[in-house]
Design a protein around this ligand. Sequence first.
Ligand code: NAP
Length: 292
Amino acid sequence: MQPASFSLSPIVAGLWRITDWQLSVAERVRWIEQALELGITSFDHADIYGSYQAEAQFGEALKASPTLRGRMQLVTKCGIRLRSTDRPYRVNYYDTSAAYVRTQVAQSLRNLHTEQLDLVLIHRPDYLMDAAALADTFTALTREGKVAHWGVSNHTTSQFALLQQHHPLVTNQVELSPLQMDALDDGTLDQAQQLGLRPMIWSPLAGGRLFNGEDEQAMRTRTTMLDIAARYGISLTTLAFAWILRHPSRPHPITGSGRMVNLQDAVKALDVTLDAEDWYAIWTASKDHSVP
Ligand code: NAP
């Protein structure tokens, strides 16, 4: 079960794209304040975002306005070694060794100007993961006060179960949107419900493809969703978030936009309950066939 002390805001803000937003430090402080005013108190990072620069950009804002930290939950991820100019690996690869997880947690703490990370996720399943050894690393970093809670992202149900057997995990962060529904069928969301662990959901707008995709699936789904959104008197963004929130695993969708109006529209979805017929109309448009 999820530890009682652990909770995220119903909508989480994602910082993957922060380096594209071209915000000054003062503007980043204001952006964070506005998100907090909307009730978005959880912020999703990863060590690799923005070619390893995103956490530090957010951290500059926390340093400039030190009272912000106490009003939020900081989530980050590690475990991917991504080639960059400073890291000339031969290939991109995964590393969940004690040494690498320790190094990246220490770097995230420095980047974010904080003493403790509220939640750290293993970003992608590492085929070479030694679950018992990784659990020992989790335990040690928690004992040292550096990380409060642990979870994973993009893990299959068996990978989740393997690690969960050795150390409590609080979430699996997975992709779900009206254009990407694998998690509905692959057991991920069933497992989340079974364990009472709320999943975090990435790319709820399919990375923007819901708006600008010119492929048939995107166009078909968008047309159906615009009709439904008009009937509810809400935006396409609000409808996409409401579609995700309707799932009984009680997911936490993560916004990806830099524009505050889109965060507002995400939060508005908390007041919308889609009826099952509309939920399935979106499913049907996306799949291009009826339920069996
Ligand atoms: P998303 O909400 O699906 O996509 C955001 C993108 O959609 C932005 O580029 C945004 O541009 C665009 N967009 C939003 N509204 C739009 C509109 N009306 N018209 C055109 N474009 C629009 O989310 P995401 O950024 O892909 O993912 C969200 C978060 O999930 C990330 O920040 C990250 O924290 C997390 N994530 C995790 C993983 C993982 O493996 N665990 C993978 C990917 C992402 P604007 O900024 O201009 O609005």
